[in-house]
Ligand binder design. Structure first.
Ligand code: SF4
Ligand code: SF4
Length: 496
């Protein structure tokens, strides 16, 4: 399988800190609290200087510059930061339209604030656990701003409410995405703590129907026009095979539309072979439930180990990697791009590729992956920098930061070195679950790394070798947040 980007953009997810107005039960403590410090303007300005240099280095090796450079501020809740609007103004004045500014927010703010934020791009996440008054205000803001995407967080106990909201948004013509809760696949501990929700059969069927219906709608588009649009989107100056779209050729189901181009739910369900699908889901559920009943394996606690590769002592945390036994076979539900991005998907059945927003796989173990060419994640609170917030794999194939804002010069030097030598390492995915970052260029070993989509012509790409799991260093945001919290806790005790 090969996935190719069609957007030609660079996305920066900029986490301003954990402080948030809500306390959603599915949001772990490393993602929200009520006490984190609000970041200062000077810090943000320095981070922006680093970032602009970083993106420029990535751009130097490309045959075509990024079409879009997007800054997406998140948290916690980014609108809680009182200096945010001042910083946004600074970015616009200093960098002009080189960067677009967006926010991912829970939407809980006043109309006066909404009028100011309306100018930005944005995503509102709808959280059903909020109070009725809070939810009323959020929905008012959604309908006032209108052009932002709504991520409806499908809480399993508020499922019907979420379905109703989606229907309302559909009617209003507001873009929305039904989001499953949890990025951790079927991680048992995450399920137990309520950070990942397990859905019942009917709820699962809702997701299946939703995405199949979307797929039907996309089949009704003028495919030739889609192809032209895709080429325009990527401002193609590179190889002609860039994001080739052909008419999809699904054998298993083909619902028919009426003369208005509408497809009924019944049509979709009939064409799905509903019973078989449900049986498949029920069987998969049974396996999941059996898995959950098993005792949770002891993944170990933080410990310091000496590795052969690294001379210094390094802290090794419980690995994100799953058991070796299910490395390649690990069950995958598939998912769509969280940002609703299109990508070009090639498989043995469809070697020429087709435009897609959904991929029936989340296990890209050992795939060559170019996530670092499209994403950067800055955690302003820990000051760590990762390629991607969910993926977190770095250029050494570790699940760890690429560096820290306090030592950002080292990151720049390393990249400049690659550009001088005209050789860049390529991540070989060490994980068996890709929670996000799935829409960026990646390919299994049957493809040549030179067959990528993004116009790099003047450097050589060299895939990393996947290290044995026990040698993969794992330093996640959660680890870092917990170590900060531990330190503060100890300081607090000592101060008494
Ligand atoms: S609004 Fe977002 S950041 Fe805040 S608690 Fe809920 S999920 Fe977490
Ligand atoms: S987890 Fe990261 S490295 Fe692996 S496929 Fe996803 S984005 Fe790429």
């Amino acid at each position: 399988m090969k996935i190719e980007d069609t957007m030609n953009g660079f996305d920066v997810i900029w986490d301003l800190g954990r402080r948030c107005t809500y306390e959603c039960t599915y949001c772990p403590p490393h993602r929200n609290n009520k006490t984190s410090p609000l970041v200062g303007f000077k810090d943000l300005k320095e981070s922006m200087d680093f970032l602009d240099r970083y993106v420029s280095i990535y751009e130097e090796k490309r045959g075509k510059p990024y079409k879009k450079r997007k800054l997406s501020f998140t948290g916690g809740e980014p609108t809680i930061h009182t200096g945010f609007l001042k910083f946004a103004k600074y970015i616009r004045e200093t960098y002009g339209d080189r960067y677009t500014i967006g926010i991912t927010t829970n939407g809980l703010f006043t109309r006066r604030q909404a009028e100011k934020y309306k100018d930005f791009a944005g995503t509102i996440s709808y959280h059903a656990e909020a109070t009725p008054e809070e939810k009323k205000l959020v929905i008012e803001n959604i309908k006032f701003i209108r052009h932002w995407q709504v991520n409806v967080m499908f809480h399993k106990d508020y499922f019907d409410e979420c379905v109703e909201l989606c229907k309302d948004l559909e009617k209003e013509g507001i873009k929305y995405i039904p989001r499953r809760i949890g990025d951790d696949g079927n991680d048992q501990s995450s399920i137990r703590k309520g950070y990942t929700h397990l859905y019942d059969v009917d709820q699962e069927q809702y997701f299946v129907n939703h995405w199949r219906k979307k797929d039907v709608e996309s089949k009704q588009k003028d495919i030739d026009q889609e192809y032209v649009n895709t080429l325009k989107k990527s401002e193609d100056t590179g190889p002609e095979k860039d994001a080739i779209v052909i008419k999809p050729n699904h054998k298993s189901w083909s619902p028919t539309a009426n003369e208005k181009g509408e497809v009924s739910q019944q049509d979709v369900e009939e064409s799905l072979g509903k019973k078989e699908d449900r049986d498949e889901i029920i069987n998969a559920k049974k396996v999941e439930i059996e898995e959950i009943k098993k005792p949770i394996p002891d993944l170990g606690t933080k410990k310091t180990e000496k590795t052969e590769d690294k001379k210094d002592d390094v802290t090794v945390y419980p690995s994100l990697m799953k058991d070796k036994k299910d490395l390649k076979e690990r069950k995958s539900n598939g998912r769509m791009c969280c940002g609703g991005r299109d990508f070009c998907l090639s498989t043995t059945e469809e070697p020429e590729g087709k435009l897609a927003t959904y991929v029936d796989n989340t296990n890209f173990y050992e795939y060559s992956c170019l996530v670092n060419h499209y994403f950067l994640y800055i955690n302003q609170e820990t000051r760590d920098i990762y390629h991607h917030q969910t993926c977190m794999v770095n250029l050494d194939n570790d699940v760890a930061p690429i560096g820290n804002l306090d030592n950002s010069g080292a990151i720049i030097e390393r990249l400049e070195g690659y550009n001088r030598e005209k050789k860049w390492p390529v991540i070989s995915c060490p994980k068996t679950f890709c929670g996000c970052g799935m829409c960026v260029d990646k390919m299994d070993k049957s493809y040549d790394i030179k067959e990528h989509n993004f116009g790099i012509t003047n450097i050589e790409l060299i895939p990393n070798i996947v290290k044995p799991m026990e040698k993969t260093r794992t330093i996640t945001v959660r680890n870092r947040m917990e170590s900060i919290d531990d330190r503060l806790y100890i300081e607090n005790i000592n101060a008494r």
